[in-house]
Design a protein around this ligand. Structure first.
Ligand code: AMP
Ligand code: TRP
Length: 333
């Protein structure tokens, strides 16, 4: 069975964009593939973060993934820092990747900005840690959003270079294009992606938002000065985003759905209701999971053990291939 791996940063509250753009696909993938999903807490250290909150956000992110439907009886869910093979393989791969190729990564340039001298070295090498996340699991397919494609290309280059120099060690993975190319836009600024880092929380629907909150955000969503409901992403980005959300929740077609609505008010009422319905099971499950901390911890412990059972032998192979002297019992004992 082909293997899938993906990762998410422990940024706490998941939003509708994460759900429709990524996690809904993960939930479907777990039934089709041997699936590994990882909360990548080590990646969170590359930018400023609050150490008092990191552990809690890591746990909340895992809870949210379970709440939206990841099922630990069919997939492996784990925390990156619980599997020491990740940073160990990263070192081998850092000695395979080049400074030039890392410096050219778009996300490094964006996040590093003008601070070339004071930016953390980890921000530069972060794509190599991501490569290790993937290569350790001999993953064939990696579902990622557009912004991560370049990092996946790097992973492929590094894997191929390692194989070429040291002999066949890694599977060169493929990026997996989401089945529905969902790009959920901000409700207040419909020309930018919904994201947790925007200044206006009104523009972002969280998976955890209760129906009243979803209703309030959708009713305040920015549209335009016309009155006609029409699907036209270029000229009517706000209304089109609402139609896409309705289509993503109910399975219809955005252009066709538009014809049912005489005005923005009726459209907004239906969008709010559809989103509340779409997110309701996850919200209810999350409340239950919050009260079952031991269960969540046991899922993560089991996940880490399953992950290590795959990652350990890969690390061992790679260390030996690179010519290191193996201790008795091998590198992953
Ligand atoms: P992030 O929270 O940006 O790290 O994203 C986690 C996952 O959610 C990635 O796979 C993204 O591609 C996806 N994602 C984030 N925001 C959106 C959005 N507004 N629309 C669609 N997918 C998104
Ligand atoms: N870098 C990814 C992001 O910021 C998260 C990530 C880390 C990841 N390791 C991964 C995604 C491995 C896919 C596979 O969204």
């Amino acid at each position: 069975m082909a293997r899938v791996l993906s990762g998410v940063q422990p940024s706490g509250d998941l939003h509708l964009g994460n759900y429709l753009g990524a996690f809904r696909n993960w939930v479907a993938d777990q039934h089709e593939f041997d699936a590994f999903f990882c909360v990548v807490d080590l990646h969170a250290l590359t930018l400023d973060y609050d150490p008092a909150l990191l552990a809690q956000k890591t746990l909340e992110t895992a809870e949210s993934l379970l709440a939206v439907g990841l099922d630990p009886s069919v997939c492996t869910l784990f925390v990156q820092s619980h599997v020491p093979e990740h940073p160990r393989l990263t070192w081998l791969l850092e000695c395979t990747a080049t400074y030039g190729e890392l410096r050219r990564m778009t996300q490094f340039k964006e996040k590093g900005g003008e601070q070339q001298e004071t930016v953390r070295a980890g921000l530069l090498t972060y794509p190599v840690l991501m490569a290790a996340d993937i290569l350790l699991y001999v993953a064939d397919r990696v579902p990622v959003g557009d912004d991560q494609r370049q990092h996946l290309e790097l992973t492929r280059d590094v894997a191929a270079r390692f194989n070429h120099r040291f002999g066949d060690t890694f599977v060169v993975p493929q990026a997996e294009v989401p089945k529905v190319a969902a790009r959920v836009m901000d409700l207040q600024e419909p020309t930018r992606k919904m994201s947790k880092s925007v200044s206006s929380p009104l523009g972002t629907v969280l998976v955890l938002d209760p129906p009243e909150e979803i209703d309030r955000k959708v009713r305040k969503a920015v549209t335009d000065t016309e009155t006609e409901v029409r699907y036209d992403p270029v000229h009517k980005p706000g209304v089109s985003n609402l139609l896409e959300l309705l289509a993503a929740s109910t399975g219809g077609d955005p252009a066709e759905l538009a014809s049912h609505y005489p005005n923005y008010g009726t459209l907004k009422a239906d969008v709010a209701e559809a989103l509340a319905e779409l997110l309701r099971p996850a919200r209810e499950r999350l409340v239950e999971l919050h009260a079952q901390r031991d269960y969540v911890e046991s899922v993560l412990a089991e996940g880490a053990a399953k992950a290590r059972a795959v990652a350990g032998p890969t690390l061992d192979r790679a260390m030996r291939a690179a010519g290191l002297h193996a201790p008795p019992g091998g590198f992953s004992a």
